[in-house]
Design a protein around this ligand. Sequence first.
Ligand code: UT7
Length: 365
Amino acid sequence: MIVQAAITGWGKCLPPGVLNNHDLSTLVDTSDEWIVSRTGMKERRISHVDVSDLAYVACARALACAGKGADQVDMIIFGGCSNDTQVPNSSSRVQQLLGANNAACMDLNTACTSGMYAMSVANAMIQAGTIRSALIIGAEVISPFMDWTDRNVAILFGDGAAAFYLEADDSGEEIGLQAEALGCYGDSRDILAVEGVGLKYANLGWPLGSTHWNFEGQNIFKQAIKGMYTGCQQAIEKQGIAKSDINVVVPHQANLRIIELLANRLELPEAKLFVNVHRYGNMSAATAPVALVEAVEEGVVESGSLILVPAFGAGLTWSAQLIRWGKRCTPINDCDIDLPPTSMSGLELVKQCLKAHGQYKAPVK
Ligand code: UT7
């Protein structure tokens, strides 16, 4: 009998600072109308704390949801690409904040797909018997790395985190991750590149924190649909199911048009799609995990639902997971852990980033 990795805890952490489309139109030449019609996005969140702080709160909530203590975690996998420190890694800071002293800690970076790749890694390690439990995280604080002067990218991204608690289940029930497909279009990796982040740039004397995004939007758009479609087809084939068996599709939320075209190509009804892109924009590694948490919280995912989660990101990495949800859709315990409060708005936090990069110019009255 194959041990299954049941998902028994889930939690999210969205920073309180809201940046809406009107705020963005005071920074770059754009409009609410353009952003909504081209992307479906209305708001995104901007963090006043480090990414590991968001990840910690999401993990504390996932643990409470599962009714587990911090000592019941064998492995923490932090999925994301905006770590507050490179060495030591972000998962070790989450371990420290949780007091999860029995956990091994690893960081995993496949950009926007990192949270879902983390789920695949933890699932495989539980099935192999290496570990019995894991906290997997998709978290990003992209705002300090954003080029807030470039309207092509500044409107698209936000900050956030989500986490899941996975535990070995010997009941023989088919629950948790049932099939997945993972891939990467490495030949096209340069069409989505954040120049300025990484040792390569430090060695060139690039000012710390200052970035330029190579972002070929239309090309990425096409590759995103191709990658997610391929992943979905492969996962469905591996599992030997009919598309009609899928109850909910929780895709990476990079653009509402991408989501709708993907559903159309997969011949899946839009009614099965879970969409929250209007609330948070694209949170990279946190996107699909936050969407999955919200699909459960909002009752879209029900006991025993079969969920398809396609994702796509820089690299160009792609993934698709087929997940069978367990019986329980409500948390065992509540969690009173939260972020430290802030009085700063999303726009004020962005202006702080611009000032740090020497780019903020007060508008001429
Ligand atoms: O998670 C990683 C994966 N990311 C993605 O998958 C993103 C994929 N790409 C996209 O979602 C879309 O390509 C974008 C939303 C980035 C852009 O939408 P688009 O429909 O492909 O627009 P476009 O780049 O073709 O630009 C159309 C026009 C251009 O003006 P002209 O040349 O027609 O005069 C742009 O300069 O819109 C202009 N434009 C804007 N206008 C107002 C570009 N950005 C903006 C903006 N506000 N923010």
